[in-house]
Design a protein around this ligand. Structure first.
Ligand code: ADP
Ligand code: ZN
Ligand code: ZN
Length: 822
């Protein structure tokens, strides 16, 4: 009978901890179950059992486990194995992985704050006495930490009761409310029942004295006519704002019609409720798709991973759909990973149409409650064939029957978690997860990462290619605008070339939509004194502040620090302070002046902070309510809009001149992807790239759609200059508040490391932003051959660093590991 348990605490502790199993809990305890333990002074935590054993720890008396939370494990053996692999590979702790993996509702601790869910009425029969006490405490006080609840009720361990109350929806976690979760709703219009069919002439008669309302009604019938001509199974509902635009009227006319009982204004079902079990017929694959599909199948005979390289709009998704179908039919589960931002209603609706209730969605824009539910569904129905669509963290879900993994837009850098640990790459981790589950992996991209393509060419992955767009639609026509020339000839309107403005106007005149891409948000990139060149810097970071016009403030994009715009230069007192550079906000402003009749919206971090803002923008754009969408990288990701005819890239140079060995690869990917948003249906799209360097190698490759040539160049560079995928990299970031101390320590550590690794050590160097949130940082990079054992290298690295740190313990610098940094 096991007497001890190794548990993982949801903290960044370097190891697991041993607790004693009290006699009465022996039967209940098992790996993967949560237990409540005390750690530190009086603090309670939900910990996870990693293993049980009989080996008494030496030199200390372990504390008892207080309670077992679960009847059945909530994390399976496969997940624990994956966590262990991640901790070893990415040089992080199991606790850090537990924090990243489990939704908050599954890992409560004393500090967790809960609130009463006022939507849930108290039903006496549902609550036991103790639960009732807690609900009551939360009725008289708004928010309580779990520790406070313990104090008030006198319960030593309220965690179990809190779990139960969360399950019954009597309470919610505070962080959830902060997110302001609300389902998306569209305002829609329909004709009241009594008017549908007959009596239309009467209706018009009735409205003869209200010409504005009559206009709205006429526009309604026109839109209805268009909607039913489209080959949809049911005519699309009429969106209120679209109707108002079509009839050029105001909301009051619409309300007038509603008051007269002619129109009904209603809201569509929140997305999550429209699950509908009905499945839809699949498209018939075109010949290119068929070929790719059978090639992939062939590869899976002897390979576990296959890369699908298909140009934008070649119909990769339909191929995924085939594999998903086959897997679900075999009663297997499928994980469909997409970059966070690509999780639009578009994809989810498409999948729900095909796979109905099999679809589960999991990402950070969902409430914690929903994430917990998805987690428990997978635990409680281990055999049910689910299709899980999710962002990178969904690979932590407790799959027990995984048959297939799709990583769409495999090249996306957002698959890598930068901060905090675990600094993992979801594509690479997913490949490992799949191999542990004996599942196959399909990677897809129009612009594969150099890493994946190299593996494919080397035969490690299978490779299937689609170089034609669906329905033989031509690739968009790409043109360059020479910014230098345009400036010399005075043909610029602010940041817009004459050509771009004309193209935008022509596109709008054709009733088509425009996407404009600019890499920077905000209004200007910095405020500089014209007299002494002083730039306003963040007080916590070594970076210039960005001017944001809508709040009329300067803001740091790294730490969020904001301050007022100084009217005079803080250094020399001059009044000549000027905004330099430009961001999305500035573009939006300028364009609104140039084309006032267009509906222009901006999509960047600033406009999509609120829960549904992003989805709302996508929906409005999809419904044709927005004419021009200006955005940062967000507009480049996997969106499928039918009506976009023009894409403009405002400043390609800012993408190309970035000091990083991946900058050319990324610039190509970004431009090719954003260009791929143009002309996805019916008509060839057009792309205008503004650049001061129209003959730049990468720009030429984008114009020629020459991924292979770009790859060849990059491969050569990477090989010659010893970069991934030919070499491995581990990046160390050293941090300290004191610049001098950091620099001295870093140099000393660099020396020690060179003693072990020789020339394979680069640095230390200050990165582009040397100080972040008041911490100075320096980087050391370990770069080594693929032939060197990764484990051995990491072992020596950790050993050298740990010895170094223990030698001067009083002024410790912080060391952060990043394996395979991006
Ligand atoms: P990708 O993911 O390669 O960019 P998508 O899968 O989004 O491309 O397909 C582009 C468009 O073509 C979508 O609107 C999709 O519905 C349509 N499409 C793709 N394959 C087919 C097919 N076999 N039959 C009809 N339409 C298709
Ligand atoms: Zn000055
Ligand atoms: Zn800052």
């Amino acid at each position: 009978m096991p007497q001890y348990a190794e548990v993982i605490l949801p903290l960044a502790l370097p190891q697991n901890y041993t607790y004693a199993i009290p006699f009465d809990l022996v039967e209940e305890i098992a790996p993967g179950k949560r237990v409540i333990v005390q750690f530190g002074k009086r603090k309670l935590y939900t910990a996870l059992v990693f293993s049980v054993h009989d080996n008494a720890p030496e030199g200390f008396q372990p504390k008892d486990i207080i309670e077992v939370e679960d009847k059945n494990p909530i994390v399976g053996p496969l997940q624990l194995k994956l966590w262990q692999w991640m901790a070893d590979y990415y040089l992080c702790t199991m606790g850090e992985i537990m924090i990243a993996a489990l939704p908050s509702g599954l890992k409560l601790e004393s500090e967790t704050v809960v609130l009463r869910n006022h939507l849930k009425k108290i039903e006496d029969s549902e609550l036991n006495d103790n639960e009732f006490l807690i609900v009551e405490a939360l009725t008289s006080q708004d928010a309580l930490s779990i520790k406070e609840i313990g104090d008030i009720t006198g319960f030593k361990n309220p965690l179990k009761l809190i779990h139960s109350l969360l399950g019954k929806r009597y309470i919610v976690l505070e962080e959830e409310l902060k997110n302001g979760y609300r389902p998306v709703q569209k305002r829609l219009v329909r004709l009241a029942n009594k008017y549908s069919g007959s009596g239309l002439s009467e209706l018009f008669e009735e409205l003869s004295r209200a010409p504005k309302q009559k206009d709205v009604l006429l526009a309604y019938f026109k839109l209805m006519g268009e909607a039913s001509r489209e080959d949809n199974d049911a005519p699309k509902p009429i969106v209120a704002s679209k109707l108002l635009k079509a009839s050029n009227s105001s909301d009051s006319s619409l309300k007038g019609l509603a008051e007269k009982g002619i129109f009904e204004i209603y809201y569509d079902q929140p997305e999550e409720d429209s699950k509908g079990g009905s499945t839809h017929d699949f498209y018939e694959l075109n010949e290119h798709q068929q070929k790719a599909h059978s090639e992939i199948k062939q590869h899976f005979e002897d390979k576990d991973v296959c890369l699908l390289h298909g140009v934008t709009s070649s119909g990769k998704t339909e191929i995924y759909v085939r594999f998903i179908k086959e897997m679900l039919d075999q009663q297997k589960q499928v994980l469909y990973l997409v970059p966070e931002i690509a999780l639009t209603t578009q994809l989810i609706t498409r999948m729900r149409r095909y796979f109905g209730e099999h679809v589960l969605v999991f990402h950070s824009r969902f409430s914690d409650r929903e994430r917990v539910e998805t987690w428990l569904k997978l635990i409680e129905n281990p055999e049910t064939p689910y299709l899980v669509i999710g962002a990178r963290s969904s690979l932590f879900l407790p799959f027990q029957n995984l048959g297939f993994v799709i990583v769409d837009e495999e090249h996306e850098t957002s698959f890598k978690q930068f901060d905090p640990a675990p600094r993992y790459h979801a594509r690479d981790t997913a490949i490992l997860l799949a191999s542990m589950s004996k599942a196959k992996v399909l990677l897809g991209s129009a612009t594969p990462s150099i890493e994946a393509y190299t593996n494919a060419l080397a035969g490690k992955f299978g490779l299937a290619t689609m170089s034609k767009r669906h329905a033989d639609l031509p690739m968009p026509e790409i043109q360059c605008v020479d910014l230098k020339r345009a400036r010399n000839k005075k043909e610029m309107h602010g940041h817009f070339s004459h050509e771009l403005v004309e193209e935008i106007k022509a596109t709008l005149a054709n009733k088509k939509q425009v996407i404009l891409f600019q890499n920077r948000r905000g209004f200007s990139t910095m405020i500089q004194c014209q007299n002494c060149a002083h730039v306003n810097q963040c007080k916590n970071c070594d970076i210039s502040l960005t001017y944001h016009k809508h709040i009329d403030m300067l803001r740091c994009h790294y730490c969020g620090y904001t301050r007022q715009v100084p009217s005079r230069c803080p250094a020399c007192g001059s009044y000549e302070v000027k905004a330099l550079g430009f961001g999305t906000e500035k573009l939006e402003d300028d364009l609104k002046l140039m084309i006032p009749e267009a509906n222009i919206k901006r999509m960047d971090l600033d406009t999509t902070r609120k829960k549904n803002a992003y989805l709302n923008l996508i929906t409005e754009f999809e419904d044709g309510e927005i004419d021009i969408l200006i955005g940062t990288q967000m507009v480049t990701k996997g969106l499928d809009f039918e009506n976009v005819a023009l894409v403009g890239i405002l400043n390609a140079d800012s993408l190309l001149n970035f000091p990083d060995f991946r900058s050319h690869e990324r610039a190509f990917q970004l431009m090719a992807q954003v260009a791929g948003r143009a002309g996805r249906k019916n008509q060839r799209g057009k792309v205008l790239i503004q650049t001061a360097d129209p003959y730049h190698n990468i720009i030429r490759k984008v114009m020629d759609n020459a991924y292979d040539k770009m790859y060849e160049d990059e491969r050569y560079e990477r090989k010659n200059f010893k970069y991934p995928p030919y070499y491995r990299m581990v990046k160390l970031t050293l941090k300290h508040r004191d610049r001098q101390h950091l620099s001295n320590s870093a140099i000393a550590l660099g020396k020690e490391l060179r003693g072990v690794f020789g020339e394979r050590i680069l640095g230390p160097e200050f990165p582009l932003v040397a100080r972040l949130r008041n911490f100075y940082q320096m980087e050391i990079i370990l770069k080594f051959e693929r032939s060197v054992s990764l484990n051995k290298a990491k072992e020596s690295l950790l050993e050298t660093i740990n010895i170094f740190l223990s030698k001067n313990p009083d002024k410790k610098i912080q060391v952060i590991y990043d394996v395979d940094p991006m």
